[in-house]
Ligand binder design. Structure first.
Ligand code: AMP
Ligand code: ZN
Length: 113
């Protein structure tokens, strides 16, 4: 359980509505409320956990990455391509401290390098 209120835990608990895209035993995925591309899905572990760089989360991080294939196929962007982002900390703009991947696509994305 999170030490303070967590927006994504509340979404998983059904306290805050969302548009669900995918769910399995460990993972939940839903549309981002403020999409930065035509398709923008957040993929999160159902259990609250913080810091995607922590070795103790290695198994669920693998599961999250593997789920991107399934979700991209569901969104019909598997062949056109997409980007997977993990924000970490203030400078990245991270606002929710519950591990999450952003999966964005559905249109050509701005180059990042
Ligand atoms: P981050 O900035 O990486 O912490 O990502 C948090 C994301 O959560 C942002 O892209 C927000 O637009 C998104 N977000 C905030 N509130 C909601 C909500 N109620 N439903 C869906 N997405 C949300
Ligand atoms: Zn949480």
């Amino acid at each position: 359980m999170p030490t303070k209120e967590c927006l994504f835990c509340e979404i998983i608990e059904g306290k805050i509505p969302c548009t669900k895209i995918f769910e399995n035993e460990k993972i939940f995925a839903f549309n981002d409320i403020k999409p930065v591309a035509k398709k923008h899905v957040l993929i999160i572990p159902k259990k609250h956990m913080e810091n995607a760089g922590d070795r103790k989360h290695i198994k669920i991080l693998g599961e999250l990455m593997l789920s991107t294939n399934i979700i991209a196929k569901k969104l019909d962007i598997f062949n056109s391509g997409y980007r997977i982002i993990n924000n970490q900390g203030k400078d990245s703009g991270q606002i929710v401290d519950h591990i999450h991947l952003h999966l964005i696509g559905g249109e050509p994305l701005k180059e990042i390098n």
